[in-house]
Design a protein around this ligand. Sequence first.
Ligand code: SF4
Length: 357
Amino acid sequence: MTEATLQKRPITSRQIVVGGVPIGGGAQIAVQSMTNTMTHNVEATVQQVYDLNAAGADLVRISVNGSKALKGFKEVVWRSPVPLIADVHFDYRMALGAVEAGAACVRINPGNIGGDDRFRAVIEKCQETGTAIRIGVNSGSVEKRFWDLPKAEALVASALHRMEIAENLSFTNFKVSLKASHVPEMVEANKEFRKYSDAPIHLGVTEAGTKLPGAIKSAAAFGQLLPYGIGDTIRVSLAENPVEELPVAYQILSALDLRHRGPNVIACPSCARTLGFDVIAMARQVEEKLGSYQDHFTVAVMGCIVNGPGEARDADYGVAGGKGDGVIFAKGHPLRKVGKDEIFDALFEEIDKDGRK
Ligand code: SF4
């Protein structure tokens, strides 16, 4: 599928560029993740940055949580294949150091970075170097001065307050995130924020949990925002190896038809009409093999001839199971019937014939 056929969504944000990656203003949604290695362990961190990039991360965020980490970050920056975002909490001097080290962006949490003067110092440093800032507001660490407001309002107020400081210094090279672990609160905050500002938005659900709940919460939140132009870069946070975040992020974007990476497998759940064709095993096998393909196309694995041929015909490639056999489809046409042991190979013969990879 080409970019032109992807779902159109309203352009509601202005654009910034983070280390060469455009964010907002109609650019494709940038996907990011974050390392969970000790930043001072340079070899492990560089390896994970490479792994995240290979899995599809356009940007990678790294904790700079002390002088040891800052020293490590300096080394990782020049070995990284992608622009890096320094994640800074509490100590604004770490942000200054990370900017000097070559961070493409620094993420600042207004709730714990200290007073406005410290925030101003970071802005002035970023102005010298052309570094972007993420004003990253979190529901769990909202600035004290906004504690009396309802949660979503407090997130918005805190972001707007810091933005005002930045804009008074003529600094607009920032994006904003308003994160919460409660999906409706996060959605409300982002919708509300968009009424006041066209700053690019980073979307994330904090502490989303392990893989399944985390993926579902992220999908539920992003699905209410991205199609309406709210959100320009995303991170799916999972209590998992961060490399696992990328396929989830791309599944969400692909389901919304906003960005694709790799094939889409559709499969029926199977039912009593399945006559000896193991749909579930076949779908898993197909999905696993397609994991190494970069092209975007659709493969259907269907259990029977009732709905099977129709769905398989709409897909680029497909199989509809029969009794001890299956019909292979490609580009809308049934091609041939093969024995059940030959289905997998016959399907991939068609896919590979077209040079899909
Ligand atoms: S395609 Fe056939 S086997 Fe699959 S769920 Fe539908 S009716 Fe059942």
